[in-house]
Design a protein around this ligand. Structure first.
Ligand code: S3P
Length: 166
């Protein structure tokens, strides 16, 4: 059994994955964390040293491995954007859940986290990020097997909703 979570930065993928893992008693894996472990660098440090294009190559190879793991997988916000990753996500048997958050929800969470943990926030600023979110929205919708809106909901309730939807 594997459940994959997709959605924009700040949509709560990692937090909801932890909740799902707890409620379903399944292991949890986070793609960004697996990338950091593989690279031996934080994601901001990796972007700084190697740039986004190399990050995307690494992301794809780590995704390929992660899709053989059982349990809950939270992805990075940009993971479903690459066409090759879309194929990987579509061609595996588990549900792909899109956590759909409003601009307001995303903006307040990203501001609370600060720019240092997210290189694209650093590069694009808030307006640029929200524009990116808009361009990615149809991609998330296309890849998802379920869409769950998250605004104003607690992670535990979102996890319950996901469990009921699959
Ligand atoms: C990215 C999202 C990040 C991380 C990297 C790029 C993106 O993950 O993979 O900074 O392109 O949206 P989160 O969605 O977990 O912040």
């Amino acid at each position: 059994m594997r459940i994959t979570l997709i959605g924009f930065m700040g949509s709560g993928k990692t937090t909801v994955a932890k909740e799902l893992s707890h409620q379903l008693n399944l292991p949890q894996n986070d793609l960004d964390t697996l990338i950091e472990q593989t690279a031996g660098l934080t994601i901001p440090a990796y972007f700084e040293q190697f740039g986004e294009a190399r990050f995307r190559q690494l992301e794809q190879s780590v995704l390929t491995e992660a899709l053989s793991l059982e349990g809950i997988l939270s992805t990075g916000g940009g993971t479903p954007v690459q066409v090759s990753n879309q194929g990987l996500l579509k061609n595996q048997p588990g549900p792909v859940i899109f956590l759909d958050a409003s601009d307001q929800t995303i903006a307040s969470r990203l501001l609370a986290d600060g720019v240092t943990s997210r290189p694209l926030f650093q590069q694009l600023g808030m307006d640029g990020l929200l524009a990116l979110k808009q361009t990615r929205q149809p991609v998330y919708e296309k890849i998802a097997s379920e869409i769950i809106t998250v605004d104003g909901k607690q992670p535990a309730d979102i996890a319950k909703e996901i469990i009921h939807s699959i």
